[in-house]
Design a protein around this ligand. Structure first.
Ligand SMILES: [Zn+2]
Length: 135
């Protein structure tokens, strides 16, 4: 094994530059579109990434309202999908695990936790108990 190929223990310490910690999350293109998948186990409270992006005036398809500001994402967290029973949530602009997340599991947030209206309404198929259905 070449030294350079080794993944540092705490990959992507500078998570502000790499909002999706380098090599930790995987973007997959699946039947339901792009999604972010954990590559390792997370326990509640652990940081999953930083929502990097630029302030915008109007809601966009991918924007989130964080710290009182609409942010258009420029990093990997724009691939976060919605679940009515999510395993992640934002604390400010940091995405934090709120459940135990197994490797290979999709990272999700509740869009309605940050947005008062959904600019692109859709029918939720998260399959969780208490799924809201149409958003
Ligand atoms: Zn749902």
């Amino acid at each position: 094994m070449k030294k350079r190929d080794r993944m540092p223990e705490e990959a992507g310490k500078d998570s502000r530059k790499n909002d999706v910690r380098h090599g930790v999350h995987l973007v997959k293109d699946t039947a339901k579109g792009h999604g972010l998948y954990a590559r390792k186990l997370y326990i509640p409270g652990q940081i999953l990434g930083f929502f990097s992006g630029n302030p915008v005036k109007e809601d966009t398809r991918n924007s989130l309202t964080l710290d009182g500001q609409k942010i258009e994402p420029t990093g990997g967290l724009k691939f976060l999908n919605h679940s009515c029973s999510p395993n992640g949530a934002f604390r400010g602009r940091w995405l934090v695990a709120v459940k135990r997340i197994m490797p290979g599991e999709e990272l999700t947030i509740d869009y309605l936790a940050t947005e008062s209206t959904i600019s692109n309404p859709f029918v939720c198929m998260c399959g969780s108990e208490g799924c809201r259905g149409a958003l």
